[in-house]
Design a binder for this molecule. Structure first.
Ligand code: GAL
Length: 230
């Protein structure tokens, strides 16, 4: 079974690459045939015993790298569809405990660490303009998912990538709308219409300095957002 782990890291984000790969070598689906797909604009020299494929992408200013992630995947359909499963992780994350076959399912979403205790609180994060293709009326969703870690079979993940990248493009062209939380808003709309077949706990997107009632498996590292983005 072939698994692809997708990581986008341009400019300063490349500093996160070796640490996340080191942690994935130890904890991410050990025993599986994993390929790291690294989408970057830099020449990188990453050490790992696993396969690494570096794919060139252009750097864009915030928020265009996050907003454009699903287009990058859709644009690499042919290469990525050779995998059985695909998982995306933000680069500024770190595996700190075993992540195994419990994550393998058709469509995999991770509950957002900020809203798991009460989905209604996620109303504040929702896209509120009805003309946006990311729009979700308040109180319609049961769960709000984090953009930092998700995946599924390559077929389902690439289908989601195509739909989301098309919807983002339509929002921009027709209405000049960038959704409230960028690609994450579109992913939540997609998951509202195409329910995840597996919902991971916030263990898999656990903010480093928070204290949550979950095991830590994949940490979202503390960072100075403005410093890294510029
Ligand atoms: C933040 C997170 C953002 C977005 C937001 C939604 O904690 O850093 O990426 O998910 O929550 O409210």
């Amino acid at each position: 079974m072939k698994i692809g782990l997708l990581i986008i890291a341009t400019n300063k984000y490349t500093r996160f690459l070796q640490p996340i790969i080191d942690s994935a070598d130890i904890f991410f689906l050990t025993g599986f045939d994993v390929t790291y797909f690294i989408f970057t604009n830099q020449k990188i020299d990453i050490k790992s015993n696993r396969n690494i494929k570096s794919i060139n992408v252009e750097h864009k200013e915030w928020p265009w790298m996050t907003l454009g992630r699903y287009k990058i995947f859709a644009d690499n359909y042919e290469e990525l569809s050779k995998m059985d499963y695909l998982f995306y992780t933000d680069a500024d994350m770190k595996f700190v405990n075993h992540v195994g076959e419990e994550i393998l399912s058709d469509r995999v979403g991770t509950l957002h660490p900020g809203f798991f205790h009460n989905p209604n609180t996620s109303n504040i994060a929702l896209e509120k303009r009805p003309e946006s293709l990311a729009y979700l009326p308040p109180n319609t969703i049961k769960n709000y998912y984090a953009g930092g870690f998700n995946g599924g079979t390559s077929k389902e993940f690439l289908k989601m990538s195509q739909t989301i990248s098309k919807n983002i493009e339509i929002d921009l062209e027709k209405h000049n709308i960038i959704a409230e939380w960028h690609d994450e808003s579109h992913m939540n709309r997609y998951f509202h219409e195409n329910k995840p077949t597996l919902e991971l706990s916030p263990s898999y997107c656990y903010p480093e300095s928070w204290n949550l009632p979950f095991d830590k498996k994949l940490l979202a590292l503390d960072k100075n957002h403005n410093e890294v983005r510029n």
